[in-house]
Design a protein around this ligand. Structure first.
Ligand code: SAH
Length: 338
């Protein structure tokens, strides 16, 4: 079965060329509203023909949890019964949707719940678009949008699903669709260097984030298997190219893990890594998910950031939202699978 949200408006018009042209736009708008066949007025013959060949709404809300701070976490069920997560964060500068790009993940990072059961499959561009549509509709707007920013920081490695993520970018920024500004989109990668280089050449104005989490390759290899393939030096070189091509500041995510990556030596090495690069360091407190890795306290993390700032490294401590509802990457899905 094909998924209708995988198509751009022009592609839909071509795909459905045996129907009146305005029907494509009608379906395109229905997708944006997060609706399904039952909600759309179509001639019976057309509806049944479409239903036989196409999925209109590839996922639905399976479960929601709302945190004390208003953060809303979604467990969404895909048409093939797979589960993915999405988070809606209320923020003063505009609401943010954090979404998944894959069912599971094969990157194997030690601290991350998303990867515990490996990769099940990639999400299609349309499934990612429909995620946004459904979560947007659930937050009160079916036609306009009730969010400003999108971050690809849910389950999955976006650059391990490169083609679909790039297609999704073209759909989500389409002026006839959600019309999200490139500047309000962040993509987070564990550092697939060849894809960073490839992506740089597309000249998207998005914010590229790289999960660094360590200041030596040796330490990085103990928590992130991808470090066996790409060194920190290679990542930094690729990011320099990205900055050169796009003139956008890149972001390092640095998840503090007690006695692993939180020493004064790490601070000095972070200074070296970031010194010739237009970048910012986003320090995160580890959200422990049962493994042997321990979190540094929030006060220790604040100190870490202060020390970085003191030696001229642009860094902030990420505000933690939704902790009481298993807000971190893949935690809710992992719980549900159990
Ligand atoms: N695969 C992408 C997107 C993943 S999630 C990537 O690796 O960047 C987004 C961020 O959350 C990443 O920086 C990831 O390393 C971090 N993360 C995952 N599990 C975490 C946990 N338990 N505590 C804190 N941060 C976590």
């Amino acid at each position: 079965m094909k998924i209708l949200s995988d198509y751009s408006l022009t592609e839909l018009e071509n795909e459905l060329s045996n129907f009146p042209r305005y029907r494509a736009k009608q379906i395109f708008d229905t997708i944006k509203q997060g609706k399904d066949y039952k909600d759309i007025a179509l001639p019976n013959g057309m509806k049944s023909e479409l239903k036989e060949n196409y999925i209109l709404k590839p996922l639905e809300i399976f479960k929601t949890l709302t945190g004390k701070d208003g953060t809303k976490k979604y467990l969404l069920k895909l048409y093939d019964d797979n589960l993915i997560e999405c988070v809606f964060l209320h923020q003063s500068y505009g609401n943010t949707i954090c979404m998944s790009t894959q069912v599971g993940c094969r990157m194997g990072c030690k601290f991350c719940a998303s990867t515990q059961n490996g990769l099940i499959r990639n999400l299609t561009a349309g499934e990612m678009l429909s995620t946004i549509a459904i979560v947007n509709a659930d937050n009160g707007r079916s036609v306009d949008r009730n969010f400003t920013n999108i971050v690809l920081m849910g389950s999955g490695e976006p650059f391990d699903n490169y083609d679909n993520v790039v297609k999704w970018l073209s759909l989500i920024t389409d002026a006839r669709g959600f019309n999200v500004s490139e500047r309000n989109i962040s993509i987070s990668t564990c550092g697939l260097v060849d894809k960073i280089i490839q992506f740089a050449s597309l000249k998207y104005n998005i914010t590229l984030c790289v999960s660094l989490h360590a200041t030596t390759d040796e330490i990085r290899r103990t928590i992130m298997p991808i470090a066996n393939k790409y060194t920190i030096k290679k990542i930094v070189d690729a990011l320099k190219l990205y900055v050169h091509e796009n003139n956008r500041r890149v972001v390092f995510e640095y998840c503090l893990i007690k006695d692993k990556n939180d020493s004064d030596e790490d601070i000095k090495r972070l200074k070296n890594i970031t010194s010739n690069l237009l970048c910012h360091v986003n320090v995160i407190c580890l959200n422990p998910n049962g493994g042997s890795l321990k979190a540094t306290t929030r006060d220790e993390a604040k100190m870490f950031v202060e020390k970085l700032n003191k030696i001229g490294v642009s860094a902030t401590l990420r505000r933690s939202q939704g902790e009481d509802i298993a807000g971190a990457c893949g935690m809710l899905r992992a719980k549900s699978l159990k």
